[in-house]
Design a protein around this ligand. Structure first.
Ligand code: NAP
Length: 260
């Protein structure tokens, strides 16, 4: 195969994967209004064998590290400092999610996680790591982008704010879980405004990423994350209302403060 046709096959595969990210977003959003991914508080039988949740998080998120690091060097712009800065931000989030978060869960909590759900998440992470990493290393020459510094800085502020909200909220929840005695009403920080500030933080992070990478790839990931987490936040909110009834704060929303 000539280098030209090899690169056009590569581009075709890339654009099909990017398209897939968009094509699965709306069905995910619609499906999650009727059926929740069966882990955590929405766990139910009938989804096959399980593994400990800390191990599931470690395994299903691992492509974001190993696959991204594997394919990044093959990109034509992989030695660009700008591309590398974007990769570092992506890896920062996923080092926390793949290594730090599972270790925290392992020390403090025990939960079962269906292997079937882990496999779906693993597949998504393979797809998404490819779409994001290949874009920043091979398909976009950020060296030519005169607005890069402004977008990167602005996006980094948004991403950093989202990550602080996400990590702090997860710490509160894992802390509550470690106390034992089942689920409790979380009472601090952004929990006073919404039921799932950890999901809100995650969505803000990927909005920051979309601004930083200024790409259909980045926007697609932000869209998919919103389509995945907004319905789950709504389901969590309804679950809290059902479980705690009058005890649950009346003015707390599901995921968007004061609105939704
Ligand atoms: N990018 C994406 O599309 C995506 C998708 C999913 C998750 N995530 C991220 O992954 C992280 C974890 O997600 P998750 O869905 O597992 O979050 P979660 O349902 O809020 O649970 C987080 C941890 O806190 C425990 N917990 C939750 N609420 C509790 C309460 N009221 N009282 C006591 N313990 C409580 C859970 O225990 P149990 O496991 O026993 O419920 C679990 O160990 C989040 O930061 C989320 O943003 C990202």
């Amino acid at each position: 195969m000539s280098p030209l046709s090899a690169s056009s096959v590569d581009a075709t595969i890339y654009h099909l994967c990017l398209l897939t990210l968009y094509l699965i977003s709306l069905p995910t959003f619609l499906a999650l209004h009727f059926i929740q991914a069966p882990y955590g508080r929405h766990r139910r039988s009938g989804w096959g064998p399980t593994i400990p949740s800390w191990l599931s998080w470690l395994l299903m998120e691992s492509p974001t590290i190993f696959f991204s690091l594997l394919i990044y060097p093959f990109g034509q712009f992989s030695s660009s400092l700008r591309s590398f800065s974007l990769l570092a931000v992506f890896l920062l989030h996923y080092f926390h999610r793949t290594v730090v978060y599972p270790l925290r869960l392992r020390r403090k909590t025990t939960s079962d996680f269906p292997i079937s759900v882990s496999l779906m998440a693993f597949s998504f992470n393979l797809l998404n790591s490819y779409v994001q990493t290949r874009w920043i290393s091979n398909y976009c020459d950020y060296g030519l982008d005169e607005w890069f510094r402004g977008r990167f800085s602005g996006g980094m502020v948004v991403f950093g704010f989202g990550m602080v909200v996400n990590v702090k909220s997860d710490l509160v929840l894992v802390g509550l879980k470690a106390q034992g005695g089942g689920y409790k009403i979380p009472r601090s920080g952004l929990f006073e405004l919404v039921s799932s500030p950890n999901y809100l933080g995650e969505i803000i992070e990927w909005l920051g990423w979309a601004i930083m990478s200024w790409s259909w790839a980045g926007f697609g990931f932000f869209l998919y994350t919103s389509c995945n987490l907004v319905p789950r936040a709504m389901a969590n909110h309804n679950w809290y209302l059902e479980k705690f009834k009058d005890e649950y704060p009346k003015n707390r929303k599901a995921i968007i403060p004061f609105l939704y």
